[in-house]
Design a protein around this ligand. Structure first.
Ligand code: AMP
Ligand code: ZN
Length: 437
């Protein structure tokens, strides 16, 4: 494979140099943090009064964790380390788990961030001759503008189409010869379902690649999108607290997401004991940003469950690779005492070729017990008025799920297009159980 690097010196930097760079940047970041009202108190309480109190990377341990709750407590200005007039951009988390939190960026912060996103895009083989349709929400959410600026930095022609309106998306793709798209995996599947209906032939499109992220999805879902849309799909990971997209991304080897360690320090901890897990084990990802001056955030507990691959990547980059996010330590469902992640259900159903592109998991109370219903659409080729194959499919899904998650779910099948489609992150779980029980 012919690998291309946006910043070869940094991307292939020997580990010892990379770690020395991290230490230098960590000290700078602690300096910014000490200028914020939130961290001044927090860090001084931990005995860190100047950046020089951090002498080695191991001293990271002295810094207490930061949580989403802390960010909300510091709202609106508690984490701002620059003068307000230095700030040129504000972003906010989509609030997947509640009240949004805000991030401020200086001009240099925006430029650095765009550089990381450009590095990701370039690593997939794109260049300035590509036409990039950014089919994701613009606005406070970081996915839109983050990829927009990164795409421009690479020199591609960026079409800021935003999410939704598949008919317009197809028209743009055809009129301008779009070669790359960015969207949530659920929107990509939705686009594929709508293609036939809109009378669009795949051969009329020049699509080659798709960047898919912002929500968890399985390897089977990736394969499904790749087969149906005939594109190469690259996993993209980021979160607004760490700027947004551009934190970790797959290279052409598609063997885990390189986390840019000159911009972020990644730790994996056991969410119960808060101690580091053994190298390679799964735990909660904790991130420290090293590339932002206006809003320093140190040792942020992302709640995302993942681990590192321990073998080197054939592409030659030295930055470690994260596994596909398994879910969040807080979206785990406990159903009749059994812990399950929605991703486990997705793995089973998306692996079946009869199953359509959308699904919804509903959890309700049925007397004292919890009842799990898995609603899935079926592929348009399957006729809804022929009940025999439908019943057989229902039974196959039910049995396979039972084997995989140790719960006997109810399975409801629907025709393609029946389940609601969200323009932003997909809503895959409806937990209707009373919260105070
Ligand atoms: P936000 O701050 O609104 O951008 O949401 C960030 C969260 O989206 C992350 O903490 C993850 O839980 C989720 N997320 C983003 N990218 C991915 C991805 N590629 N795979 C799984 N989850 C993701
Ligand atoms: Zn690689």
């Amino acid at each position: 494979m012919n690998f291309q690097y946006w910043h070869p010196q940094t991307e292939k930097m020997p580990r010892s140099e990379l770690e020395a760079l991290q230490l230098q940047k960590l000290k700078e970041e602690v300096g910014y943090a000490l200028r914020t009202t939130f961290y001044k108190k927090r860090l001084e309480g931990a005995g860190i009064n100047t950046p020089d109190d951090i002498k080695t990377l191991g001293d990271l341990d002295k810094i207490p964790f930061t949580t989403k709750h802390d960010l909300r407590e510091g709202f609106p200005w508690g984490f701002l380390s620059a003068q307000k007039e230095e700030v040129i951009r504000l972003h906010a988390s989509s609030g997947t788990t509640g009240v949004p939190t805000t991030i401020y960026l200086s001009g240099d912060d925006v430029r650095r961030w765009s550089g990381y996103v450009a590095r990701c895009i370039f690593a997939t083989g794109c260049n300035k001759s590509d036409v990039f349709q950014n089919m994701i929400t613009y606005g406070l959410f970081t996915g839109g503008l983050g990829f927009h600026y990164g795409g421009e930095e690479v020199g591609m022609m960026v079409i800021p189409s935003g999410a939704g309106n598949t008919d317009r998306q197809f028209k743009l793709m055809q009129d301008f010869g779009t070669t790359v798209v960015h969207a949530t995996p659920s929107f990509l599947l939705h686009v594929e379902s709508k293609m036939k209906e809109a009378g669009v032939k795949r051969e009329s499109l020049k699509l080659k690649r798709a960047f898919a992220g912002a929500e968890p999805y399985s390897e089977d879902t990736r394969k499904r999108i790749e087969e149906l849309l005939k594109v190469d799909v690259y996993n993209s990971y980021g979160l607004s607290e760490m700027n947004g997209p551009g934190v970790a991304f797959e290279c052409q080897c598609k063997a885990g997401m390189h986390i840019w360690e000159d911009g972020y320090i990644a730790e994996i901890i056991d969410p119960d004991t808060m101690q580091p897990v053994k190298e390679g084990e799964i735990g909660e990802l904790v991130l420290t940003i090293l590339c932002r001056e206006a809003t320093p955030i140190l040792r942020y507990r992302t709640r995302d469950l993942t681990g590192f691959y321990t073998d080197p990547c054939p592409c030659g980059r030295t930055h470690r690779r994260l596994r596909r996010i398994r879910g969040r330590s807080d979206d785990m469902l406990i159903i009749n005492g059994v812990n399950i992640f929605p991703s486990q259900i997705e793995e089973v159903i998306m692996g079946m070729k009869e199953v359509g592109n959308n699904y919804l998991i509903v959890v309700e109370k049925d007397g004292a017990l919890d009842r799990l219903t898995v609603n899935t659409e079926v592929r348009p080729e399957i006729f809804m008025d022929d009940s025999r194959p439908l019943n057989a499919l229902k039974e196959k899904i039910r049995k396979t799920l039972q084997l995989s998650i140790s719960i006997n779910p109810k399975v409801d099948l629907h025709e393609s297009g029946y389940l609601p489609v969200s323009e932003g992150k997909a809503v895959r779980v409806k937990d209707m159980r009373p919260k105070d029980l």
